[in-house]
Design a protein. Structure first.
Length: 241
């Protein structure tokens, strides 16, 4: 009877995990579709202006392809949470990934009157799932852009030391109240709720980032940089050869 009870408890925990993962998946899809759709809208408007038409059409094509692969990536996050052994482990060059994300985010930053800048290109390699890491870092960058004042830059840099890798994302906005810093990675938590709603935020972006980072045995934290907010993603990693 004792063995039966323990087996039943494990089964109940497994069902609870799967149901929770399914609920988060639905929330994540509604949130994550906003990013490429927002860039698509901006690219369409720029293409209609007639300036650099081919460049903007290429951007539209790229974002449409990103939408096509987005749902698969979100399913992978949910699957990895339910079964951590399913997480892909392959060498990922963080510096190259960050370079791509800075380029991809530039259009959105320009539409808000700011820019995204790669401060360092130090070659850094981690073992993990490239798409999940992309999703985590992109959400942090988009959050930084959303709260960056006009005519300022969002700065991104990869670093590696002592067997650890780090990605640092900083803006020069108002930062966050000290008491809010431990909670900004919680789902649906927003320091400025009205502002987040106006800009399309649903309080899920940083929560998704934390889940993806923790699946890679890493940590994510935020602190005020005076001025601005600095978010650090810490992962097991090394300098690339």
């Amino acid at each position: 009877m004792g063995d039966l009870g323990r087996t039943f408890d494990r089964m109940a925990d497994r069902i609870r995990t799967l149901v929770g993962a399914e609920h988060r998946l639905l929330l994540d899809i509604s949130h994550e579709l906003r990013s490429p759709l927002a860039r698509l809208r901006v690219a369409v408007e720029l293409a209609r202006s007639g300036q650099n038409r081919e460049q903007h059409l290429d951007r539209i094509d790229k974002e449409a392809e990103r939408l096509n692969s987005l749902v698969g990536g979100l399913l992978q996050v949910t699957r990895a949470e339910g079964d951590p052994d399913s997480l892909r482990r392959e060498p990922v060059r963080l510096d190259r990934l960050l370079e791509e994300l800075v380029a991809d985010s530039s259009l959105e930053a320009q539409a808000r009157g700011s820019e995204v800048r790669l401060v360092s290109a130090q070659p850094v390699t981690v073992q993990g799932d490239a798409e999940l890491l992309r999703r985590a870092i992109e959400n942090v960058i988009r959050n930084a852009i959303r709260h960056a004042p006009e005519a300022t830059a969002v700065e991104a840099s990869p670093e590696a030391a002592n067997g650890r890798a780090a990605v640092r994302i900083r803006n020069y906005g108002p930062g966050a109240p000290e008491e809010a810093l431990p909670r900004i990675f919680d789902a649906f938590y927003g320091v400025e709720t009205d502002r987040d709603r106006a800009s399309g935020g649903a309080g899920l972006g940083l929560s998704i980032a934390r889940r993806a980072v923790e699946l890679h045995k890493g940590a994510i934290r935020a602190r005020n940089a005076e001025p601005g907010l600095l978010v650090e993603i810490d992962l097991p990693g090394t300098l690339a050869e």
